[in-house]
Design a protein around this ligand. Sequence first.
Ligand code: TA6
Length: 298
Amino acid sequence: MIQELNNQFAISSHVRFEKGQGGLPKAVLHASSGNFCEVYLHGAHVTSWRDAAGAENLFMSEKSEFGEGLAFRGGIPICFPQFADQGDLPKHGLIRDRAWKVLKTSITPNEGSVSIEFDYRPDKMLKKLWPHLFECRYLVELNENLTVTLTVSNRGNAPFRFQTALHTYFSIQDIRRVKILGLQGLDFTDSLKGGKVFTETREAVDVSEETDRIYKNIPSRLCVLDDAAGKIFQLTPLGLADAVVWNPWIDKARRMVDFGDDEYLRMICLETANIHTRVQIAADERWMGKTVFTVQSA
Ligand code: TA6
């Protein structure tokens, strides 16, 4: 399979396919900026995004499992058509643990930007769980930034509604010195308090306990300030109106088999999503949502 993928989609010096963890195939992308990312065909899951100096921007748990039907712990899982357990489907939906197909790879003429596009269509088993004829495409573009774009098409003859989230795990040096900027004044539901609604009063949101909040109507830019590492992650969402802030903290970290007891110190999830308001697409319509990730020195 790896050889076939390379024969069909490899781009010299910029895209190649390798056998990754659990023997699962992954694409390795190198941009001329020196930036690097890895995307598994499993879940079209971005598991690594590094800068030219090799600094890793995404968190992957050292205890993550890798295998058919398993969700990776870290990177950018794609949640669709359901977020968390907000419905009858498996948690976070149906596509983050499924095998996607590579549609195409490309590079811009100046070799500044390299991209790979994946495709997912439901199989018979999945249609029994969720009877809507949909197609998902996922475009990963790497240049000086990382941009991921999810497109959902309604291939059926009736409308359907869905939730979605780019469940991004950022690698940070010390959670106790992280601030999230851009949430002040927004309402959020607190998943640890029965979904009760609160309003964020802080300009800089810090995390000092288990945190699981879904903010509504986010601005066009959110930032994660990793003070200990002297880095600022910037998220520019398009078509995604909500954001989740999640850290399991100590007790939940200890209960998670695919997460190290002290890994809560080195990660923060800031997830761009549509959760509060489900997206509805009519027959033959499609929806697109994307997020541009930028990292710079603080
Ligand atoms: O995005 C936050 C959340 O819904 C948390 O409640 C936590 O469960 C996290 O997702 C991870 O979910 P997972 O199914 O990947 O263990």
